[in-house]
Design a protein around this ligand. Structure first.
Ligand SMILES: C[S@@+](CC[C@H](N)C(=O)[O-])C[C@H]1O[C@@H](n2cnc3c(N)ncnc32)[C@H](O)[C@@H]1O
Length: 262
């Protein structure tokens, strides 16, 4: 059973997303893509969620396409687009799993085989088969193209979180709400103690409450250290260009890999 990411993103886009959050998402997107010219580049966003990265990449002149397993994300994308001057009309979207061979086939046909940039932020660890999902994503990157991903960091508490997330997804909605009430202050305090910053001040245009729901419910859940991800993608012929460690121990490490011809 998978957490309903689409419902959470749709609620976020409708109730919490503001123009200020969009500006912040643009700034953090630029930091991650620093040094890469996106103009005219083909850009695939796997697990586009609320659609912020898809819309920002389009604003930057990329030829974008999105893929997400949850159909509600298409609605969330439309909602998010209302805060952008670029519409969603010309953004092709495939609703399906990146683990599905038929989806991969569809993506390859749409873009003449491979993409200059494959982006997948906080997604591949939620598919139920992270290793295979990483291989699928890597196989979609053109020669000299980039794979830009983020993956949950491995921490001693990770197996405990996996049990909590499983419990959330297998509980009735009343108990789910109870778990959010229970964990909201715990996560707030833990984040404050680790970072020394106000946890309500999020990055990437996110919102603390919706992120807590995403974190507590986000199952399936896998994780890996920076070294484990590097090793796995090196085997796929990709070279790590950049790794940005997560701010908190159970957060997402960000990576930029190049499909080098060397
Ligand atoms: C935590 S959200 C990340 C959303 C967005 N990438 C971001 O950066 O905010 C994970 C997203 O991955 C999608 N997802 C999960 N499993 C997937 C799969 N097998 N194939 C494609 N998308 C998937 C979910 O529906 C959800 O929208």
């Amino acid at each position: 059973m998978q957490f309903d990411f689409g419902k959470n993103w749709l609620d976020f886009s409708r109730k919490a997303l503001t123009a200020a959050k969009v500006t912040q998402a643009q700034t953090d997107f630029e930091k991650l893509f620093q040094g890469m010219d996106l103009t005219g580049k083909t850009f695939l966003d796997i697990g586009f969620g609320q659609g912020l990265s898809l819309l920002i990449a389009k604003q930057k002149g990329s030829i974008v396409i999105g893929c997400d397993v949850n159909p509600k994300c298409q609605e969330a994308l439309q909602q998010t687009a209302s805060l952008f001057s670029t519409g969603t009309n010309e953004i092709p979207v495939i609703i399906g799993s990146i683990l599905d061979k038929a989806v991969l086939q569809q993506l390859k046909i749409n873009d003449n085989q491979q993409f200059d940039i494959v982006h997948s932020w906080g997604v591949l660890h939620h598919t139920g088969n992270m290793q295979y999902a990483l291989q699928q994503a890597a196989s979609l990157v053109k020669e000299n193209g980039y794979l830009v991903i983020s993956i949950y960091n491995r921490h001693w508490t990770s197996p405990i979180w996996r049990i909590i997330k499983w419990l959330y997804c297998h509980s009735p909605s009343l108990l789910q709400k109870g778990l959010i009430y229970l964990f909201y202050p715990i996560i707030w305090l833990a984040k404050y103690l680790v970072t020394g910053k106000n946890p309500n001040k999020m990055t990437r245009g996110m919102d603390f409450l919706y992120n807590v729901v995403d974190w507590v419910g986000g199952y399936p859940y896998e994780y890996a250290s920076i070294e484990e991800i590097e090793l796995l993608l090196n085997k796929q012929g990709l070279v790590m260009v950049k790794a940005i460690p997560s701010q908190v121990p159970t957060g997402c490490n960000e990576f930029v890999f190049n499909n080098t011809t060397l």
